[in-house]
Design a protein around this ligand. Structure first.
Ligand code: ASP
Ligand code: MG
Length: 425
């Protein structure tokens, strides 16, 4: 007997029939002798629709009200799933994030979990109930509801799994696990059998829309094994864990130097042209950027021109942070003394991730070779111990992903990926 946390994404609970299908899976897991805690997302596109509705009323919704609105989506799913489980003869109770003891800080719209006190969930389990928890939400110190940011139900599930010391946290989505690249770009991408937390973090942080970043951080910190799989099939998915879990046997691993290629089209690039190449320039610039709360990623500073003593500094950041950051830099022009400020939102970022990079030389040479053979220009490069990222033109990104996937022998013989629901969530 195990304690299993199952999280179902929006595509898995998109309509009444889907909710009944999910209920069957939950009841089967329970009848197999497990304790089951379920975390649900909002049905289908509900969250987007609620955002859209709010947008029709106001462009400047109070953050507190927006969070109350958005948490409604997950509450609908949890109640309907509890009813469906009852219909199938098992016992279930649904709980809001607040009732389930998910405590957060006060940052509406992007709250962080500061503690989990799942007393009611523990009691429900002892009582033989399936406990269903609304994902993506918690309560702050003022007793107001908060949301954890888009995709946050994954984090609810993992945080609960950690607090309950669950044996596994199953993340159900509409694809059969994690793939070596997005199957919509690389149709013959392979399913990854097992991947470390560290590699998953790098992939999630660099555009792979697989798991909420903070969910992976939680999983790593508390060593919660994740099983990412489809709710539309019974296939084994991808295990996110640092070692094989239970009696699971590894299939023969061929060449696990690279675990995947992520891509990200949501970044922009700011270039500050002609700043004095003297100590303190970068410090000033990035103080301004930090004050604008931009999450910067890559930074490149050119060699300065001997004649003028000036240099250019470029950096990438989420497009959403672009306008406010540009404004902040413009506001500091007197102090920064630059000639020109440029913004480019037509960039794409490709990231190659693999723990094997640590011990295998030549990975960057092969990556750059593949891109050059495909005629793709590289604009910026950054690396970590287990990742190499390059910035290209946005329009070259798909071709770049395919070229790199092939160059590293990641292509499967036949198509493995099936997208069942269509949203990849
Ligand atoms: N419903 C929320 C969203 O669409 C949370 C989630 O699905 O994880 O972002
Ligand atoms: Mg999701």
């Amino acid at each position: 007997m195990a304690l299993v946390v199952q999280k179902f994404g929006g595509s898995s609970v998109a309509d009444a029939a889907s909710i009944q299908r999910v209920a069957r899976r939950v009841v089967e897991t329970k009848e197999a002798g497990n304790d089951v805690v379920v975390v649900v997302s909002a049905m289908g596109d509900t969250t987007d629709e609620l955002l859209d509705l709010a947008g029709q009323i106001t462009e400047d919704a109070p953050a507190r009200e927006m969070d109350i609105l958005l948490t409604a989506g997950e509450r609908i799913s949890m109640a309907l799933l509890a009813m469906a489980i009852h219909e199938q003869g098992a016992r279930a109770r649904s709980y809001t994030g607040q009732q389930a003891g998910l405590r957060t800080d006060t940052r509406y719209g992007k709250a962080s979990i500061v503690g989990v006190v799942p007393e009611r969930i523990v009691r429900a389990i002892k009582d033989g109930q399936v406990a269903i928890v609304a994902g993506f939400q918690g309560v702050n110190e003022h007793n107001d509801v908060t949301t954890l940011g888009r995709g946050g139900s994954d984090t609810t599930a993992v945080a609960l799994a950690a607090a309950l010391d669950a044996d596994v946290c199953e993340i159900y989505t509409d694809v059969d696990g994690l793939f070596t690249a997005d199957p919509r770009i690389v149709p013959n991408a392979r399913r990854v059998q097992r991947i470390t937390y560290e590699e998953t973090l790098e992939l999630a942080a660099h555009g792979a829309k697989i798991l909420h970043l903070r969910a992976v951080e939680f999983a790593r910190r508390y060593n919660v094994p994740l099983h990412v799989r489809s709710s539309f099939s019974n296939k084994q998915g991808t295990w996110v864990a640092d070692a094989p879990v239970g009696d699971q046997e590894e299939e023969a691993m061929e060449d696990p130097i690279i675990s995947g290629v992520a891509h990200d089209r949501s970044q922009g690039k700011i270039t500050v042209v002609g700043v004095p190449d003297v100590p303190g320039t970068a410090a000033h610039l990035f103080e301004v950027v930090a004050a604008a709360e931009a999450n910067i990623d890559m930074i490149v500073q050119n060699v300065s021109s001997q004649a003028t003593g000036l240099t250019d500094i470029s950096f990438t950041l989420p497009e959403a942070d672009g306008p406010a950051t540009l404004k902040a830099i413009e506001g500091a022009r007197d102090r920064l003394q630059y000639d020109e400020l440029r913004y480019d939102d037509q960039i794409g970022k490709l990231s190659l991730v693999g723990a094997g990079m640590r011990t295998h030389p030549g990975v960057s040479a092969k990556l750059f070779g593949a891109l050059s053979a495909a005629g793709i220009n590289i604009e910026m490069i950054s690396t970590s111990e287990i990742r190499i990222s390059v910035v290209t033109r946005a329009q070259d990104l798909d071709a770049a992903v395919r070229a790199v996937h092939t160059a590293f022998d990641l292509d499967a013989e036949e198509t493995e990926a099936v997208v069942y629901g269509g949203t990849g969530r």
